[in-house]
Design a protein around this ligand. Structure first.
Ligand SMILES: Cc1cc2nc3c(=O)[nH]c(=O)nc-3n(C[C@H](O)[C@H](O)[C@H](O)COP(=O)(O)O)c2cc1C
Length: 398
């Protein structure tokens, strides 16, 4: 079989609409199973939506389910205690505007490479706690009907350098309320992303000291584990790119892996931070693009003590997703790709999510299937390729 010709045909043909069920088509045609796992929970395919402005309401989640995503991470909720107090309240502000802009790589390996970034000054969920719980419940229901995993994301209290106490009531109340919603729909453990956002990197009051960041990474899993629902939560830490060296990123990863009360999985790695760029009157913004994936991939290549992880960061092609897979990721979450202009997609009409899946999977040059088929040839694999197997295979080579 000339797989390249088959891919080219499929890419053209499916620009009208993806085959359904997507996963069965790919298994029967290419002998590739897309089934994978997120935090140890089975997912039908490894492609998901990262937490943010595109997972703020049930209509967005509904469209993603129709398009066929494997999972959706909801917008980050700012934790609160029983009385409604939020220590991270400064993050509970609404987004005003977002700008999708071209960006050029500056790191050596990607210097001059063109990509995309989204600039904005918003932060976390800005509506009420109750509204988030309703949204989570609705989303879980949508997910259950379509076989799409839905994951909440939370920003809990983090002490500043010198601050001795942790507001454990925020950890208890918020996690228990989210788990209550989960339990109504499902009887397994609830994955949860703890967001350490890139804006923390720019907030000198919070993250000017490395020791303080390492302390957060060690303490947060323990605090979550010690909540009344701690044994039924799969704890995921979404690691940010701190304003230090790549070596420090590795120290952060080590702090997660070595910890006795360690997290179950990581999400690696959230956006870079530019302290000098201004947007809409705010100095210092997060950014992505080629530098983000290059930094993430180079740090992940050096990470020896691996934990299960979901990849994020400039996943705009299946080829970049495949690079994360080679470093052990079993799922891939995107934000910027789902905001790109129409001209970036071969598929017209349909939802942005379906167009993105078409591009990620079937693109004959930079698609995910193309990379997997090439690897199958190179390594002489039998036809039953699976994502978790490949995620174990590649790191074992290094
Ligand atoms: C507009 C915007 C809003 C975001 N909001 C959140 C958020 O609320 N919580 C979070 O954990 N990550 C948030 N992120 C980070 C994304 O989830 C994602 O990890 C990051 O943008 C890297 O992926 P990308 O290169 O595909 O955009 C946001 C990103 C963007 C661009």
């Amino acid at each position: 079989m000339d797989w390249n010709a088959k891919l080219r045909d499929d890419y053209e043909h499916f620009a009208q609409g993806l085959p359904r069920p997507l996963e069965s088509y790919i298994l029967e045609t290419y002998g590739i199973s897309l089934a994978s796992e997120y935090a140890g929970v089975p997912i039908k395919n490894p492609f998901g939506k990262a937490s943010g402005q595109l997972s703020l309401n049930a209509n967005q989640v509904e469209r993603d389910a129709e398009a066929g995503l494997g999972f959706v991470v909801l917008k980050t909720l700012i934790a609160q205690d029983k009385q409604g107090a939020q220590s991270m309240k400064a993050w509970a502000i609404p987004a005003t505007k977002m700008a999708v802009e071209e960006i050029v790589g500056t790191r050596e390996a990607v210097r001059g490479e063109r990509g995309w970034t989204v600039t904005w000054k918003g932060r976390g969920w800005s509506e009420s706690f109750e509204k988030y719980l309703n949204f989570f419940q609705d989303s879980l229901q949508i997910g259950r009907h379509s076989g799409m995993l839905v994951i909440p994301s939370v920003k809990y209290h983090l002490p500043k350098p010198g601050e001795a106490t942790w507001r454990v009531e925020e950890y208890e109340f918020t996690t228990a309320q989210l788990y209550r919603c989960w339990q109504e729909q499902r009887n397994d453990s609830m994955p949860l992303e703890k967001d350490f956002s890139p804006t923390l990197a720019g907030d000198r009051g919070f993250s000017s000291e490395r020791e303080n960041i390492l302390l957060w990474l060690r303490e947060v899993p323990r605090l979550l584990r010690e909540t009344s629902v701690g044994n039924t939560v799969r704890i995921g830490l979404k690691i940010f790119n701190a304003a230090f060296t790549d070596d420090f990123q590795l120290e952060m990863l080590e702090a997660c892996a070595q910890n006795a009360a360690r997290a179950d999985y990581l999400i690696y790695g959230n956006r870079l931070f530019d302290p000098n760029k201004s947007y809409e009157g705010v100095r210092g913004v997060a950014y992505g693009g080629p530098d983000l994936s290059d930094r993430n991939l180079s740090v992940l290549s050096r990470w020896k003590r691996r934990m299960p992880f979901s990849a994020t960061g400039n996943i705009t092609t299946g080829k970049i997703a495949f690079e994360y897979l080679k470093r052990g990721a079993t799922s891939f979450q995107m934000h910027t790709l789902l905001q790109l202009p129409d001209s970036e997609f071969e598929m017209k009409g349909s939802s942005r999510t379906e167009r993105a899946l078409h591009r990620l999977l079937f693109h004959p040059e930079h698609g995910f299937l193309s990379s997997l088929l090439q690897a199958r040839k190179e390594y002489g694999w039998a036809s039953d390729i699976s994502i978790p197997k490949s995620a174990r295979f590649f790191p074992s080579l290094s």
